[in-house]
Ligand binder design. Structure first.
Ligand code: XLS
Ligand code: NI
Ligand code: NI
Length: 439
């Protein structure tokens, strides 16, 4: 393959480099907290945006120039595209990729035909993985594009569509296993509702839980050891998605006895659509042992939908890396669920976009590690909660006292409790100081 003749393998040249086809921060073998950047970040290219994105939007058709793609829905075109994708992964020096079943192979007229198409392309992917050493971070099934899924897949009102979805996930699990996928993702594409007048929410959620239990059972049966992940998102395409945010997902998993089998794949643009920061979603999942992987992208403050832009903001990546360093990421990874904008239509733009995203995360990793090395934020947190290290704090935390005890303790003291400053602005300065410091 030589689909990108103007690009050779992207290398680290350091922060001073002005070469747009070089890394300034991502230095794969550089150790941070005793581990290589490559192992911390586990960068992943997503197949759907990068190799199937056309640049179309509600106002116009595709713009992308992809000279290797003949535009047909043939298996031969899909196999050729797969080989081009691996040339891209290798030149970009990413260790992982991720896909939906329908991104890699065309959907046939019947499920049997779709499965056969999938097998043909999977054989090529397997060969390319072995040749290049690039691995599969996760697989998933697209159960939202085909019109049959208009009412949902695992939460559909139509039992035959449900059966179809189950069969599709069965096959997706098989190919993910075949390719050594380290995780399997469920993003609930159309699992939600437009209004409650025609929706039996309880019944739909029971069905969804059944679906997940069947997936867990089948994974056991075929010996698939990857981590199951749910990807929260609050809206789009449905008005209300059941997996609306980390809290909703974890509550669902707990209610239906699925906590042992699932973690979350947290995406920046989905967090912000839910009215949360990415850091909030990561911390909320992490503190409950539910942080699995991330979809790295960013939204646009001026636009209200999932624009899936490449992340470039050091402030954002620093926040993310602070949480990922705390809880760990493997077997998850940093998956660029991000697309070049429709005006960036040349193949070269795919490189610029990913390089920018990878550098932003590598810099965020270094800044977060520097903050952690000095315990620069921990000090604020420790101070802020220091009153809880008293005898009284310990008694409350261990459950040794009740309301009456607390009343007897505080009543004679009057209004003596003294608060200390939260130091919000100072903390923001400190963050900027570390951003300046890492050179
Ligand atoms: C859509 C989701 C999707 C998942 C995979 O908004 O981000 O791309 O990551 O199904
Ligand atoms: Ni995503
Ligand atoms: Ni998304």
């Amino acid at each position: 393959m030589n689909a990108f003749p103007d690009v050779s393998k992207i290398r680290y040249e350091g922060p001073q480099s002005e070469n747009p086809l070089a890394f300034r921060w991502y230095n794969p073998d550089e150790l941070v907290e005793g581990k290589s950047m490559k192992d911390h970040l586990r960068f992943t290219v997503c197949y759907w945006h990068t190799f199937r994105g056309t640049g179309s939007d509600p106002f116009g058709g595709g713009t992308m120039l992809r000279p290797w793609d003949d535009g047909s829905e043939s298996v031969a075109n899909a196999c050729n595209r797969a080989r081009v994708a691996f040339e891209f992964f290798e030149k970009l020096d990413v260790p992982y990729y991720a896909f939906h079943d329908r991104d890699i192979a065309p959907e046939g007229k019947t499920l049997a035909e779709s499965n056969a198409n999938l097998d043909a392309v999977v054989a090529v992917l397997k060969e390319e993985q072995q040749r290049s050493g690039v691995k599969l971070l996760w697989g998933t099934a697209n159960m939202f594009s085909n019109p049959r899924f208009m009412h949902g897949a695992a939460t559909t009102c139509n039992v035959e569509v449900y059966a179809y979805a189950a069969a599709q996930v069965k096959k997706a699990l098989e190919v993910t296993k075949e390719l050594g996928g380290e995780n399997y993702v469920f993003w609930g594409g159309r699992e939600g509702y437009q209004n409650l007048f025609n929706t039996d929410m309880k019944r739909e959620m029971d069905h969804l839980a059944r679906f997940f239990h069947m997936a867990v059972d089948y994974a056991k049966e075929i010996g698939f050891k990857g981590q199951f992940l749910i990807e929260p998102k609050p809206k789009e395409p449905t008005k209300h998605q059941y997996d609306s945010d980390a809290a909703a997902c974890l509550n669902f998993l707990r209610a239906y006895d699925l906590m042992d089998y699932f973690k979350l794949n947290i995406e920046t643009n989905h967090a912000t659509l839910a009215g949360h920061t990415m850091m909030h979603e990561l911390e909320y999942a992490g503190m409950q042992g539910g942080l699995g992987s991330i979809d790295a992208n960013t939204g646009d403050l001026m636009l209200g939908w999932d624009t899936d832009q490449f992340p470039t903001d050091y402030y954002l990546t620093t926040q993310i890396m602070l949480v990922l360093l705390k809880y760990g990421l493997a077997p998850g990874g940093v998956n660029f669920d991000a697309k070049v904008r429709r005006e960036s239509f040349e193949p070269l733009d795919l490189f610029y976009a990913h390089i920018g995203g990878m550098d932003a995360f590598a810099k965020g990793l270094k800044v977060a590690a520097a903050i952690r090395a000095d315990r620069a934020l921990d000090k604020f947190v420790d101070d802020r909660y220091s009153s809880w290290n008293s005898d009284l704090g310990r008694k409350i935390e261990s459950g040794a006292v009740n309301f009456k005890d607390l009343e007897s303790y505080i009543m004679p003291k009057g209004d003596s409790a003294k608060n200390a400053s939260g130091r919000q602005e100072l903390i923001e300065h400190v963050l900027n100081r570390y951003l300046d410091k890492v050179k």
